[in-house]
Structures are given as C-alpha cells and as structure tokens.
Design a protein around this ligand. Sequence first.
Ligand code: PMP
Length: 359
Amino acid sequence: MENWKTRVRRVTPYTPGMQPAPDAKLIKLNTNECPYPPSPKVAEVFARFEAGTLRLYPQPDADALTEALAAYHGVAKEQVFTGVGSDEVLALAFLTFFAGEGHEARPVFFPDVTYSFYAVWADLFGIPYETKALREDFSLDAADYADAPGGVVLANPNAPTSLAAPLSLIEEIVAKNRGTVVIVDEAYIDFGGETALPLLAKYDNLLVTRTFSKSRAMAGMRVGYAVGNAELIACLKNTKFAYNSYTMSRVAIETGVASIRDEAYFRETVEKIKATRERLAKELSALGFTFPPSAANFLFVRHPQADAKTLYEALMKEHIYVRYFAAPRTKDYLRVTVGTEEEAEALLAFLRAYPPLHG
Ligand code: PMP
C-alpha cells in the first residue's frame, strides 16, 4: 500500500555545534562565534528601528546592504549577492552552479577534511562529489583539483583545520578550472590568509563567499554574501528568486549596513581575537598540544597523551564547550574557538590541572 513515508525526501542533515540557552557559567568555544558584541552602531539600529516599517516587505535585492558591501570591496553592486548566513549563500551556489540542470551533474571536488556541510548540500541537491585527501599536515595539493569535472569548493582558511592556503595555490586551482565554477569560502579570512577577491578581475569562474557570523559578531542575525562576476551573481539571484524573494529581513539589512560602516570597531575586534589566539597558541604549545598554524578564530589541537573525546567530555562537565568531530582524520583533535582573554585563561587553567597531560 502506498504511504507518504515511501515518497518523502530523506536527507542526512548537517549537525551544528550545541547551541544552549545563554548561560553566564558557559564558556562557549564550540561554534567559532565572536566573543565580543557587534559594533555599537548595530545596537543603535535597534534603538531607532521603527517597528512600523516591518509591515512592508524588505527590498528583494537587499539594496542598501548590497551597495554597502560593493563599496567596501570596490566592486559593482551587480557583483554582490546577500543571503541568510553564508550557509544559505553556499547552498544556493551549490544548487545554481553544481546541480547540473539540463545535463548530467558531474562530480564536484572538495577536500576530505573541510566544512562538513559541503557533502550535505551535495547530497541534498543530488550533486555527485569526490573528496581529495589533504596532505598529512592538512595542506592542499593544487594538482588534485585540476580539471574538476563539476567544479570545486574550498574553504580558505579551511575549517576545522584553521590552515590558510596561499593565494597562488587558489589561483592555480581557479585557472585550471575555467570551464566550471570554483567557490572559495572565506568565512574566516578576516583572521588571516590572503583573500581571493583580487582574482575576480581575472577569472569569471570564481565565487567568493563571506559571513558576518565570525569577525562581525553577527551569527545571530544570519548575514552572509558572495562576490563574483556579475553573470555568476545574476544566476545566483535567479535561483534565489525561484524559491524566496525576501531572504534578508529589514533588520538584517540595516544592521548589516551599520556593521560595514564601522571599520574601526571591526579592525579592533579582529586584532583582539588575533592577539588572544597567539597567546592561547603559545600556552597550548607549552602544555604539549600541537596544531596547524591558525589563520582563523580557532585552533585545531591534539595532544599525544590525551584522548580528544575524553578531554572534550571532561571540558563539557566544567561548562567549557569545544567541538569534537569523530571522523577518521579528525578524531584525535579538538576545535577550540578563540574566546576572550578570560575564557582562554579558564580553558588553560583547566588544562594545567588535567591529569593526563601531566602523566
Ligand atoms: N563556512 C565555513 C567554513 C564555516 O565554518 C561556517 C560556520 N559554520 C560557515 C561557512 C557558515 O557560516 P554562516 O552561515 O553563519 O555564515
């Protein structure tokens, strides 16, 4: 007998990090959020926001935000696309550039250790993919990505490894795939590494995605964007307008603009996080942890004497949340977001007293 259960789409979802209700006891180093608030200019938007305007739909192209971002990056507004976090932007980019409508979808290449959402979107949209093993030190081999049949997606800096690839390597991959789209996910670029944005002048097959969730402290507002060739962006917009014209709320647009306009606060926040990252790295090394050099707002650490999962659980008991990924190449590591100085100190205090490290 036919039953709706036999016809329903079954997907394997992405598993986000735990997001408990805010709690003063909690030291939350598990989802790479910013430990500082967004710019005070963002708070000002809330203070003067007229709720009456919410009766009207927002501008479908989020014009004010798109224009602010275009001016910020020195590109045309036709080269910018905004969305509900870079997750939405990336999902729409997969659907637009990789799903292969009208002809057979061909495999997209991405690294074996990277943002685990890529495989989830590929499966959701029926996009075949091949993962390419990063080297032992988690670096990329550009040769693995030459002539990728369906396109390429790379996070740079990569997550959860925190490692940045040099721009020359990214360019090599973009240049060797002129017939397909290469997506460079720059969620963490403000903390280190070289942006691929200058390559846009030379290559029409490159799409760079960014987020307000990390360096701009606006994960809760859900703002992300892509910059690329105007024709690519037009295709992305068509996909968006085929499913929801109004993805960006009026509040997201206005607060996004306010954040972009406060460059000084943005720089100051990023510098504070980088300074804490360097101190945390030094102290963790002194405790015997090893990790790739981080160009992000987190460290990907392991310890020869500590089982990562056991340490993850011990930290959780002390209300210190970090991220653990059970996959074969990541199971010995913990991904630790760089928090405030105080949060880093609480983590270090715990580790200094954690017996397995000192056996
Ligand atoms: N890309 C990478 C590499 C990430 O780590 C994240 C954060 N989970 C995202 C994209 C998505 O971030 P958001 O949707 O908050 O912009």
